[in-house]
Design a protein around this ligand. Structure first.
Ligand code: HEC
Length: 201
């Protein structure tokens, strides 16, 4: 391979030279428009994002705690004195609930980042027996990517219903939307986590 001398390098046209040249050739086209045309193809997500958590981490640390907040917002507790209904009352309570619901909704996008691994090598993804190990989950997701994306979108759609109920401060609607969210969790889990589970759903 020829060695590039320092001289060749310094003789290379600079970015400024090139843009001047382009301006000479296309005097009528504003430079900003040229730049916009060049940057239209966006980089693939594999180079754009930097996944840090595994899918399992996201389930445990982002999805689960935030959805629990949503599910627990409307509850009834039976005691000796009777049934106590719990639902958000104050503006602050609704606002706090909204923060958790919004985090849940956007966590769906984290699940869509492509080069994220399912779990660390020795992590256990199986608590009962019907659950797959992380390598098999990974393969299943890769070979059924469209379904997987669909499942994530279902979770996000259900969570949008939660957000709408919160914005209306409607506890009954919130409870119903919470059920839709649970259904979306279950649909993805039964396809990608424990597809061999033959128990009736
Ligand atoms: C698009 C698919 C998908 C959706 C939607 C989804 N999950 Fe998961 N979840 C998985 C997969 C795959 C696993 C198995 C890997 C693992 O163990 O983390 C899993 C595992 C889990 C685990 C076990 C984590 C562990 O300790 O191994 C919990 C808890 C969980 N999900 C909660 C939820 C809840 C709650 C929802 C709904 C609000 C939800 N997930 C929605 C794909 C999904």
């Amino acid at each position: 391979m020829p060695i590039i001398s320092q001289e060749t390098i310094t003789n290379l046209p600079t970015f400024r030279d090139i843009t001047l040249k382009i301006k000479q050739i296309f005097p009528a086209i504003p430079f900003a428009a040229l730049l916009a045309a060049c940057s239209q193809s966006s980089p693939p997500s594999a180079t754009l994002f930097k996944p840090i958590a595994t899918l399992q981490d996201i389930m445990q640390s982002i999805i689960d705690p935030n959805v629990d907040f949503v599910w627990n917002a409307v509850s009834s507790v039976s005691t000796a004195e009777g049934t106590q209904e719990h639902r958000p009352e104050t503006d602050e309570e609704w606002e706090q609930l909204r923060q958790h619901a919004l985090t849940l909704a956007e966590a769906g996008n984290l699940l869509l980042i492509e080069n994220r691994i399912v779990a660390h090598q020795n992590a256990n993804t199986s608590s009962g027996g019907a659950e797959l190990n992380s390598q098999d989950i990974q393969k299943l997701i890769e070979s059924n990517r469209e379904d997987y994306v669909q499942r994530v979108h279902s979770l996000q759609n259900a969570t949008e219903l939660v957000l709408a109920a919160i914005d209306k401060k409607n506890a009954d609607e919130l409870e119903k939307a919470g059920g839709d969210v649970e259904h979306a969790c279950e649909q993805c889990h039964s396809q990608f986590w424990y597809p061999n589970d033959k128990r009736p759903k």
